[in-house]
Design a protein around this ligand. Structure first.
Ligand code: 9UX
Length: 123
């Protein structure tokens, strides 16, 4: 007897678009200028994270670069640069859609990073 009582296993519509590596994610690198202390880096990081569409931002004070993970549908590198500018620093995109030679500024300044409590800067 054929008793087909076994229901078809319906694969659950697992509507999870992001499985670790989500599509529609962009990553960019910004060259930062004007950071003097660690608080500067924090400010830029916080500022970048406030930009709608930015998912993750991490600022490296030593290399003076910011890595930003963002949703290209919601924001653009231009907006991040503007945001950094608004916070009081200068950002130059290192990774842009069009590849162009990055000007090499061999400006080797010696930076002393002090862990200062409290703001001593003008901004
Ligand atoms: Mo930055 Mo500081 O703008 O003591 S130099 S936070």
């Amino acid at each position: 007897m054929v008793s087909n009582s076994k229901p078809l296993i319906d694969e659950k519509g697992d509507a999870s678009p992001s499985r670790g590596d989500a599509p529609g994610e962009g990553r960019t690198l910004l060259a930062l200028e004007g950071m003097t202390c660690a608080s500067c880096a924090m400010r830029i990081e916080k500022g970048l994270k406030k930009v709608p569409g930015v998912k993750e931002a991490s600022v490296n004070l030593v290399s003076e670069q910011a890595t930003v993970l963002y949703d290209p549908a919601q924001t653009s590198v231009e907006q991040m640069v503007q945001k950094v500018d608004a916070v009081g620093y200068k950002a130059t995109p290192l990774i842009v859609p069009v590849s162009k030679p990055v000007p090499k500024e061999t400006e080797k300044e010696s930076h002393v990073v002090l862990d200062l409590e409290g703001m001593t800067c003008a901004s």
